[in-house]
Structure formats: C-alpha cells, structure tokens
Ligand binder design. Structure first.
Ligand SMILES: [Zn+2]
Length: 198
C-alpha cells in the first residue's frame, strides 16, 4: 500500500508500552514505537546533514574524551563530516578531544558514549572503503537509533498522535532505517472475514 502524505492515523491504545495500536480508513495499524521514531529522526537528521544545517546543541559543560589512537586519527580524517553531522570537536592534547556540541536531535543521549559508538561505526565503514554518503547514512542511522524513544516506555495519547503524524509525513513510513518493517496492518475487510461477516 502506497502511503500518502496526508495519511492520518489516530491512536487507539498502546500495547505493552511498546506498540501503538492505531486506526485509519483501512483498518487497524500496529506500529513499533521505537522503529517509528527512529524513521522520523533519521529522515529529519539526514536532510539537515545534507543541507549542512544540522542544529547543534552546545554542551553547557564540554566533555573531554580520550580516544584510542586509531579513533583519534579517524576524528582528524572525518573532521568535515563530523562537523556537518553537528559534532563540535577540538583537539585537546594527545589523543584527547573536547566535545563542545552535539546534534540537537541526540540531546537526550550521553555524548561520550554516542561519539565512541559512531567512531566505531566509522572505523568499520572506512576500512570497507565506502563513500561519504554511505558513511553519513550509517552514522545518522546509529544516532537516530540511540535518540529514539525506547520500547517499554509509556506514551500518552498526544505523543502517540504526534509520532503517527510525523511518521506518515516521512518518505518511507513502513520500514525503519535498518530496513526492518515498522508497521503491521489489519484491514477491516480481513477482520470481517475472520468473523465470517463477509
Ligand atoms: Zn533502533
């Protein structure tokens, strides 16, 4: 089913604090809340990075991070891309960097562990000699995953509605950035068939 931009789904309930049960004109839709939020953040963050307009959250207290030498070299090598992605990093002597800012989209995430995770990803990606766009998508995917709401997290009706609206405004509302499905449909006619109503 091709999703339309004006698609409107309304939340019915949250199941196990992990799935949003919603309804639209076709029937019931069950949405994985983590994967859905991941999709929304991924598209927003990637678009900002491509326009070189990532919103940066300045850290009130800059964080110094001592890196293994190969990751320090990676910070130097990918300096332009890391800046584009909203990471404000300065050399701080030896193999230590000072983080002065992070992408606003990840403001709820521990900056040091996020940086270490992204550098790990970047290390694996650059040894695979992939291009800058592939690297960007990879880093944006990881950051979106870390920043997205988790499963086992209660949501009120307003936040469920907001998430559904944001999801159906994305380009690919049915898969998460890792490529897994994020929604499951139960159309009304299937439901009625199951009850021998048609
Ligand atoms: Zn994830």
């Amino acid at each position: 089913v091709a999703e339309r931009l004006d698609h409107r789904a309304t939340p019915v309930a949250q199941y196990r604090e992990s799935y949003i049960i919603a309804q639209d004109e076709e029937g019931l839709v069950i949405v994985d809340q983590h994967a859905a939020h991941e999709r929304v953040l991924f598209e927003r963050y990637l678009a900002e990075a491509e326009r070189n307009e990532v919103e940066v959250q300045k850290l009130l207290f800059p964080v110094t991070v001592e890196l293994p030498p190969h990751e320090y070299l990676l910070v130097e090598k990918e300096a332009e891309e890391l800046r584009r992605l909203g990471f404000l990093l300065e050399p701080f002597g030896g193999t230590t960097v000072r983080m002065d800012g992070v992408p606003a989209v990840t403001s709820g995430v521990d900056p040091e562990s996020l940086l270490r995770e992204l550098l790990g990803e970047a290390g694996r990606a650059s040894s695979a000699a992939s291009d800058v766009e592939a690297l960007r998508r990879k880093l944006v995917t990881t950051a979106a995953c870390r920043a997205a709401i988790k499963v086992n997290h209660a949501l009120n009706r307003e936040s469920m509605q907001a998430l559904l609206d944001d999801l159906f405004a994305t380009v690919s509302p049915s898969t998460c950035p890792h490529g897994r499905p994020l929604l499951f449909r139960l159309p009304l006619d299937e439901l009625e068939r199951a009850f021998d109503r048609r």
